[in-house]
Write a protein that binds this ligand. Structure first.
Ligand SMILES: C[S@@+](CC[C@H](N)C(=O)[O-])C[C@H]1O[C@@H](n2cnc3c(N)ncnc32)[C@H](O)[C@@H]1O
Length: 503
């Protein structure tokens, strides 16, 4: 079964008018938040429509009309809709664009359309209506709107100015829209022609140029290299059995985590020297195994720097519950139970004990040097957006790889402004038993330090080189300087890599 509703079409002479109407109505992230108020707006974010429905029922103004039509999937009086989009040519224009269907005196949206923004940009993004709007199961070729994974990836993406960028598995085009302001050109690919139609419409609506290409994985960009590659691939591990519905948006059709492995193994061939790649993924962890070994092996011989941050771990049952619900199946229904059992059997067949989720960032070195590989677990809250910290982290790690311990020792480090120190003592004790340095930004890490490193961090004001500071601390503590240096250097490297210490 494929979707019976056609995606919207680009009608060149109507795109600017629609943009103008959406802007004039203040159909923006902030405009909708102000209209709905915090409770209804937060509920809408959780896909609970009722509070927003109640808040927009008794008014015919343009903004509530557009919210009811496109975000809530409600039928709205044709006359009211026409008045909300004068520059698009009213209902007739919306019909030509394939955004609505007329039912007698009323109009109903044929797709979801919502504002989406970051700190400095505003876009409008169309996608298929959710199952809450349609009250029907999702079609296999459903084109997903902006979900949690989309915003995670957009938030974590490092955003240097680049000449060329690639969004693999673009869906409605959300990552490509985020890339466009800082990339000279953006190629966006998808296996699904339907997804590409939405991406084409969204590009035109936002007046953004995208090079859209159909095809699987990296096939559409064979032989091509980019400065930045991002992908929110269809990473959901899905049992390959008949009772599982296939959703193109989340399931790459391979067994286990093979699709994520394929992205990992190929991405390096499409990165320029100095180029950065980033993707989200799930990975399977067998009983007794360490997730790091599995993910690290995907990059063996790749010649890439690799930085993996595992953000979450689920057991097979938690994973099955999450993804059975995501497909619109409720606990207790026969469909839910069948899928749940299929997931448990699939994981058991491969001896999978847990499933990791994380953000993978890779870089092709621009110079001849050793690569670095770092796989960490950070499940707590992080800075939003994380992209700037990822970019700073890549640069710091690259600097360390290029300059080594000698470079670290001859640099006068400064402690970053977001770093604080905590000292914990046993009641009545004179000296602290635990000293922790904590960062307020980036990964918001806390690192336990010894007295040498606590003293070192406290003198990092950009005056003394690390070598000079460690020499003075060693003299003060009456300890051999070599021993103090050897103990401190790995921690200095760690603090530099994660932005506690900056140049
Ligand atoms: C999770 S969605 C991501 C959509 C969007 N990039 C985002 O961040 O929200 C994954 C996308 O990958 C596409 N896809 C599925 N299999 C693919 C394949 N083998 N090659 C390329 N894209 C694929 C799906 O059609 C879907 O649009």
């Amino acid at each position: 079964m494929t979707s019976s509703v056609a995606p919207p079409s680009v009608v060149a002479e109507l795109m600017a008018g629609l943009r103008a109407d959406l802007r004039a109505a203040d159909f923006t992230v902030d405009g909708i938040a102000a209209l709905l108020g915090p409770v209804a707006n937060a509920a809408l974010g959780r896909e609970q429509m009722l509070p927003a429905d109640l808040a927009t029922r008794d008014t015919e103004a343009a903004l509530p009309t557009l919210v009811r039509l496109f975000a809530l999937g409600k039928t709205v009086a044709a006359q009211t809709v026409s008045a909300a989009v004068p520059s698009t040519g009213g209902i007739e224009g919306l019909c030509r664009l394939g955004l609505v269907r007329v039912e007698g005196e009323e109009v109903v949206a044929t797709c979801d359309l919502r504002p989406h923004g970051d700190e400095t940009h505003l876009w409008w993004v169309s996608s298929d209506l959710s199952e809450i709007s349609t009250q029907a199961p999702l079609a296999p070729d459903h084109v997903l709107g902006i979900g949690g994974a989309s915003t995670t990836l957009a938030g974590w993406t490092p955003r240097p100015t680049v000449a060329t960028a690639l969004d693999l598995g673009t869906g409605c085009g959300v990552q490509a829209l985020h890339l466009a302001p800082h990339a000279g050109s953006v190629v966006a690919t998808d296996l699904s022609e339907r997804a590409l139609a939405f991406a084409r419409f969204n590009a035109a609506l936002n007046d953004v140029d995208l090079d859209l290409r159909p095809g699987s994985l990296f096939d559409p960009v064979a032989g091509q290299r980019f400065e930045l590659v991002v992908s929110n691939p269809p990473f959901v591990i899905t049992p390959r059995v008949a009772e599982m519905p296939l959703f193109e948006y989340r399931d790459g059709g391979l067994a286990g985590d093979a699709l994520v492995e394929a992205v990992a193994r190929s991405i390096g061939q499409h990165l320029q020297p100095g180029g950065i790649g980033q993707f989200l993924g799930n990975w399977e962890v067998a009983a007794g195994a360490d997730w790091r070994d599995r993910v690290r092996a995907w990059f063996d011989g790749s010649g890439l720097d690799v930085w993996v941050v595992q953000r979450d771990v689920q057991d097979p049952a938690q994973y099955a519950e999450l993804w059975a619900r995501d497909g619109g199946h409720l606990p207790g229904t026969p469909g839910f139970e069948r899928m749940y059992a299929a997931w448990l059997a699939d994981f058991a067949a491969r001896g999978v004990d847990s499933i990791g989720f994380g953000v993978v960032t890779v870089q092709r070195p621009a110079t001849q040097r050793d690569t670095w590989v770092e796989l960490v677990e950070e499940s707590g809250p992080v800075a939003a957006p994380m992209g700037p910290a990822i970019l700073a982290g890549l640069r710091a790690r690259t600097w360390l790889a290029e300059h080594g311990d000698q470079g670290a020792l001859s640099t006068a480090w400064r402690c970053a402004e977001d770093v604080t120190e905590e000292r914990h003592s046993l009641p009545g004790a004179q000296d602290p038993s635990v000293i922790v340095v904590r960062q307020g930004a980036g990964l918001r890490r806390a690192v336990r330090v010894d007295t040498v490193m606590a003293a070192f961090v406290s003198v990092c004001d950009g005056e003394l080189t690390a070598g000079q500071a460690l020499g003075a601390i060693a003299a003060l503590l009456e300890r051999p300087v070599d021993e103090v240096r050897a103990g401190a250097l790995p921690v200095i490297r760690e603090l530099v890599a994660d932005g506690f210490l900056i140049r």
